[in-house]
Design a protein around this ligand. Structure first.
Ligand SMILES: Nc1ncnc2c1ncn2[C@@H]1O[C@H](COP(=O)(O)OP(=O)(O)OP(=O)(O)O)[C@@H](O)[C@H]1O
Length: 371
């Protein structure tokens, strides 16, 4: 557990960058510091590993004042990942990851073996270990940065805007990878970003800071979306928060109705006979959805072929889906009927937007959603 107790950082010119911050970071989760540029996120993060010392107040790590031990010793238990990864350019990827364990006394051969395992763990093929950082993409470099921070197996990981220098698609992949890694490793991660969507996706808890280093709200992403503490948080959380909050509500209560299906390769005549409200989902042998056919799309063909399918909307997985994925599947479907699938990806039925909205109203009535 990391506890900030009335922590203030004031620079010599009088600027107060972090102002009496009180915050408890629980073990084993991802806590995100988010806020506009200059609000003191990085300063707060760096005070945890004493790259910056607080002017007043106390930071406790597992109950002990972080000033009680030397910064070097403290940092052995705290991994650190930064934007652009900060890799050593003249060392191979493998040696970048192995450096800290070797410094701490691990034999080079053992450290390299562990480094190769770590590369795999962060989703990189082992053969990339021989390359130099400049021979990797930005996203790959970030993964190496994460592997390097994990190499000494620290219980705490500090991540300062680690994914902000890569394009949105790569960033999405890195975020997914971090969530997967975290569910395996259960580290205590403190993550800085200026991107509220990233905070909401990754955070178990999110601390929203305002300029001047004041804590505006500290809450779960669902609470932040449903009940922003004030206008600043509401505007920072942004538009569509009612819709985005649906992503935190289970869709277990949403009724799944029937959906017409037809096999790929079926005759146009069979397909036409199977249409329901003018549409049918085309499925493969495992009943996985491939797209839709309609009266119109069948009018000029005699068989259901892959090239004639109308592409479908998003899919809704019944066991793990949220009200957001359920609603989105219905709204994005050309047939206005969302395709519900099981964990194997097979079609089990359809959902309509009205029933999702009704499920939301029911959840509200039962007090599941703060109003
Ligand atoms: N040595 C210094 N003297 C005075 N002010 C400083 C000093 N170092 C940093 N600051 C100021 O502290 C404030 C907070 O900086 P910090 O890097 O923590 O913000 P941030 O929220 O991480 O911002 P960003 O998202 O832009 O990185 C900034 O306004 C910065 O100008």
């Amino acid at each position: 557990m990391i506890e900030f107790q009335a922590v203030t950082k004031r620079y010599d010119d009088g600027t107060v960058v972090v102002d009496s911050l009180d915050l408890t970071i629980e073990d084993g989760g991802i806590t995100v510091f988010v806020g506009p540029s200059g609000c003191g996120k990085t300063t707060s993060l760096r005070m945890i590993n004493r790259m910056i010392d607080a002017t007043s107040g106390t930071i406790l790590l597992d109950g002990a004042d972080i000033r009680a031990q030397s910064p070097a010793k403290l940092r052995r238990g705290i991994g650190y990942v930064i934007q652009h990864a900060g890799l050593f350019p003249h060392r191979s990827v493998l040696d970048n990851v192995a450096t800290v364990p070797v410094l701490l006394g691990t034999r080079k051969s053992t450290a390299r073996k562990q480094a190769a395992e770590l590369l795999e763990r962060v989703g990189l093929p082992a053969e990339l270990g021989k390359r130099y950082p400049s021979q990797l993409s930005g996203g790959q470099q970030q993964r190496v940065g994460v592997a390097r921070a994990l190499a000494a197996n620290p219980p705490v990981l500090l991540m300062d805007e680690p994914f902000s220098a890569v394009d949105p698609v790569v960033r999405d992949g890195l975020q997914e990878e971090l969530l997967r890694l975290q569910s395996d490793l259960g580290k205590t991660i403190v993550f800085v970003t200026h991107d509220i969507d990233e905070a909401i996706k990754l955070g178990d808890k999110v601390a929203v800071l305002r300029v001047g280093g004041r804590l505006a709200q500290y809450a779960t992403p669902a609470e932040l979306l449903a009940r922003p503490a004030d206008d600043f948080v509401a505007s920072f959380v942004g538009r569509d928060r009612g819709y985005r909050a649906l992503g935190f509500l289970s869709a277990q209560g949403v009724p799944v109705g029937p959906v017409a299906t037809v096999a790929l390769g079926a005759s146009a005549e069979q397909a036409r006979a199977s249409l329901d409200n003018g549409w049918a989902v085309v499925v493969d042998e495992a009943k996985r959805p491939l797209g839709w056919v309609s009266e119109g799309s069948l009018s000029t063909v005699d068989q259901v072929r892959p090239e004639d399918l109308v592409s479908g909307g998003s899919l809704f997985e019944v066991d793990s889906g949220t009200l957001r994925t359920a609603l989105d599947s219905a709204l994005s479907s050309p047939a206005a009927l969302g395709i519900a699938i099981d964990a194997q990806g097979a079609v089990v039925g359809g959902v309509v937007a009205d029933t999702v909205v009704k499920a939301l109203a029911d959840a509200r009535r039962c007090g599941e959603v703060p109003t």
